[in-house]
Every structure is written in structure tokens, then in C-alpha cells.
Design a protein around this ligand. Structure first.
Ligand SMILES: [Zn+2]
Length: 460
């Protein structure tokens, strides 16, 4: 039996898809649950740290472009002409062309602290900002990757870094546009970044393909073969109708149909958005075991459209949520938007619950996001269960919790990550619920550059 790391007690905790009472939670020295026992006795829980309030497992934010946090809200003014995903993308590129590694680290640290505070304990970073502003590779090609990893370690959030292959500006193009020069990459360069990151504690690696419009069949096949069985693979797909139409024109197939014909898509694959997937594509994708990553706040903000959730849940398809462009960093808002967008479209209520054959909308949504998040990150983050990583949200950052955190800062091992403290570091005294990993010492939460200053600079 693994050495015991810590024992907690929660009067109410989310276990196996529902609320359980009087739950003893025991973590081993490696930070995984070794025991989860509902209805424990007073004797069982003697000496355990009491967690106030309901305790939820940590969730995975399965899709993030951290640098876009810097422009969240700044694109809510309409330019001349039509304003849609493509015009938003031009404005996003303006920011992407200017961000330095130091700024990226500051933005990501702020974002990751915000995510952790609401209960995300892992974030999948879909990273394509590889090169310097002039498009040349940095002296160390991992310069930007290191900035993201430093931010995650400072805050204490788990990070699945997904170096992203981006080779061309669209279907049939032979290269990138000038304003995409920072994204230039090859199968070898992204795989080399992923290999450098493998197994670094809080940070693990997957790999991503930007989209079916940004990679050709040969490069797609090369990355898929190298990643197979080793790491999660992510790809944007069918976010825009234009992408679907261009794919059909060039390949005679819709994007998911084409992807499935080109690559050995399996349960390690995560297709981001899939907004305009049709039912035949979803049925074929379900056979592959792949997941879909839904980003409701961003998809709503960009006017993408509405995903066919009833079809996917009705087929027991696996899915996760991502905050993507970070117009909100709150998973409760993502899940509410996911359900409400369906109600608008279907003119019915409790759409997710009915499609997932569950009584409760909240349970259907939370359990779905939990299961898909674990797959997206390639980590054992499937809830309060034996063998899963001991991440949770709950317990006020009050007396007992704060004292443990204080001892952690003094350097004593085997104590809670003081997420309440990390939130205070960026929010100026906010107290409240805390999320945390277990068994890791905290890092400094100081942010060297003000996010507001960066936003002003980018907005100018
Ligand atoms: Zn994205």
C-alpha cells in the first residue's frame, strides 16, 4: 500500500456522479487518492483535515490560448463591415504579433490563477505562438513554452502543453500569411517541443494540429504516427461553415470525414469545437473513441454556431469544456451556456440531461466535463475516486485551510497547495473557495508585469 500523504474529511463531496455525505478522502504520498470512503464514522475521520462546504473534484480546462486572455473584452466594439470570427481573428493576430515571452508569462500566470480559483486544476494549452515577432525562431525554440510552464508552476496549476503544428494559411495554400509568421512550425519542431516537456511534474505534453486547413495530409500523418499511444492529440475542427465548405470543395469530404480517412484517430484524440459536424460525422467519430472539446463562451462570443449536443450525448460521446479565448474563466458559466444554447436552439428544457439519460442537468454536464477533461489532459483527473489525482475544489480559505497553507509557505512538505493564497496574490485580498492539488509545495504567486498595462499596450 502506498504511503499515506494526507487525510481529509468533507461533510458533502461529489463522488461517483452524485453527492455523498461524510466522506473520508485519503491521498497517498504521490498525490493520488488511495481511499475515498463515504458514510465514514467519527473514528474513521479522526485526525483528518476538515474541508468546509461541498467538495468537488478539480476540472480540466481542455482548451486554452493563454495569450488571448490579454484581449478578452477588447474586441467588443464592431469594426467597419461584417464582424465575425475572421474579423475577430485579424484583431487577435495584432496582439499575437506583439506579445513577448515576459508578457506571455505574466498573462498566463494571471489566467491560470483565475482558472485555479474557480476549480480548474489542469489546463490544456493549445500553443502555436512559437517564434519571435519577426518570425525567426528564438535561440531556444522552447522560449515561449518555458514561459507558459513557468506561469503554471508559479500558480500551481497542472499544465498539458500542446505544441501546435501550423504550416499554411488555408486549404491549398503553400505557406503562412505574413501575420502568421510566429506560428511557423514543422512536424519535427512540435514533436521536439513535446519530447522536451515529457514528464516534468506539473507539466505534461501532448501535441496539436492547428486545423485541417493549416496542415497537409503528409504532416498530419507524420504527427499522428509519432504521437500514437504516447500522448493526447488535439485539433480545431469545423468551427466555421467556411472551413467546412472549403474542405468539401478541395477534398470532396467534410472536415471530420476527411480527418478520419487520413489519420488513425482513436481515444487519445480531442476535436475542438466540431460546431458544424453533421450527424454522420458524429456517428463515425463516436466509433473512433475520440472526444470533442466544447468552448461555449468563445463559440458564443465569436458567433460560431451551436453544436449538436443531443446527437453526441445520445451516442454517449465523450466531451470536455475549454475556455479557449477566455471571455469567461468560470466553468459554471461554460456549462450553463452549453445547456442554454441548446434550449434556445431546441426550444426545450434540460436538453443535456435527457440526451445523456440522466435526471439532473447539472450531473449530466459536470460528469461529462470531468470524464472528457481527464482524457484531454492525458492525466488521471476523473474525480474523487481511488487512483485519480487528488485535485479538488472546496473548503473555505479560512482558519484550518489557511494555517496549512501557511506552513506550506514555510517549506514543510506534504501539505495543501494554498490556492486561496494564489488567488489573493492577484486579486488583492479576495478570500473564498479554494481549489488545489495535493502534495506540491506552492511557488511564488507574484506577477511581475501588470496585465492591465499589457492590455493597454495591445489595445493601442
Ligand atoms: Zn482554439
Amino acid at each position: 500500500m502506498a504511503a499515506e500523504g494526507a487525510r481529509f474529511f468533507a461533510e458533502r463531496a461529489w463522488v461517483a456522479g452524485g453527492w455523498a455525505r461524510d466522506v473520508l478522502l485519503v491521498a497517498d504520498a504521490q498525490g493520488h487518492w488511495s481511499e475515498v470512503r463515504p458514510a465514514c464514522t467519527a473514528a474513521d475521520r479522526e485526525g483528518a483535515t476538515r474541508l468546509d462546504g461541498p467538495v468537488l473534484p478539480g476540472l480540466v480546462d481542455a482548451h486554452s490560448h493563454a495569450f488571448q486572455r490579454a484581449i478578452a473584452g477588447l474586441t467588443e466594439r464592431s469594426p467597419a463591415g461584417r464582424d465575425d470570427f475572421w474579423s475577430w481573428r485579424d484583431r487577435m493576430y495584432d496582439a499575437a504579433l506583439r506579445i513577448t515571452p515576459e508578457q506571455l508569462e505574466a498573462i498566463a500566470a494571471q489566467l491560470y490563477a483565475e482558472l485555479l480559483r474557480v476549480g480548474y486544476t489542469q489546463v490544456c494549452e493549445f500553443h502555436y505562438l512559437h517564434n519571435a515577432q519577426d518570425g525567426r525562431a528564438y535561440a531556444d525554440p522552447a522560449e515561449m513554452v518555458h514561459a507558459l510552464a513557468r506561469a503554471a508552476r508559479r500558480v500551481g496549476i497542472g499544465l498539458t502543453l500542446l505544441p501546435t503544428l501550423y504550416m499554411r494559411s488555408g486549404f491549398g495554400a503553400t505557406g503562412l500569411r505574413d501575420d502568421q509568421r510566429r506560428f511557423a512550425s514543422t512536424p519535427d519542431s512540435v514533436l521536439a517541443l513535446a519530447d522536451r516537456l515529457a514528464g516534468e511534474g506539473l507539466v505534461n505534453a501532448g501535441v496539436a494540429l492547428h486545423s485541417v486547413r493549416a496542415v497537409d495530409a503528409a504532416a498530419l500523418g507524420e504527427v499522428a504516427a509519432a504521437a500514437r499511444g504516447r500522448m493526447p492529440v488535439h485539433i480545431h475542427i469545423s468551427e466555421q461553415r467556411r472551413e467546412v465548405e472549403e474542405c468539401v470543395t478541395l477534398h470532396g469530404k467534410r472536415p471530420i470525414e476527411w480527418l478520419l480517412a487520413q489519420a488513425p484517430v482513436d481515444q487519445s484524440w480531442n476535436l475542438v469545437h466540431a460546431t458544424h459536424a453533421d450527424r454522420d460525422e458524429l456517428a463515425a467519430l463516436r466509433q473512433s473513441g475520440a472526444s470533442i472539446v466544447l468552448c461555449p463562451s468563445t463559440e458564443g462570443n465569436l458567433g460560431d454556431g451551436v453544436f449538436d449536443l443531443p446527437a453526441w450525448l445520445g451516442a454517449s460521446g465523450r466531451w470536455a469544456i475549454g475556455s479557449d479565448s477566455h471571455v469567461t474563466r468560470d466553468w459554471t458559466e461554460e456549462l450553463r451556456l452549453l445547456e442554454y444554447s441548446q434550449r434556445f436552439a431546441q426550444r426545450e428544457r434540460n436538453v443535456a440531461a435527457r440526451a445523456a439519460v440522466r435526471e439532473s442537468t447539472a450531473a449530466a454536464l459536470f460528469e461529462g466535463a470531468l470524464e472528457g477533461g481527464s482524457a484531454a489532459a492525458g492525466r488521471k483527473l476523473g474525480g474523487l475516486a481511488v487512483g485519480q489525482r487528488a485535485d479538488f475544489r472546496g473548503g473555505h480559505a479560512g482558519a484550518g485551510f489557511a494555517r496549512r497553507a501557511g506552513r506550506a509557505r514555510a517549506g514543510r512538505p506534504g501539505v495543501l497547495q494554498p490556492v486561496g493564497a494564489s488567488a489573493r496574490g492577484v486579486r488583492g485580498g479576495a478570500r473564498g473557495r479554494a481549489a488545489g492539488h495535493y502534495g506540491r509545495l506552492p511557488r511564488s504567486h507574484a506577477i511581475p508585469l501588470g496585465l492591465i498595462l499589457i492590455r493597454v499596450e495591445l489595445a493601442g
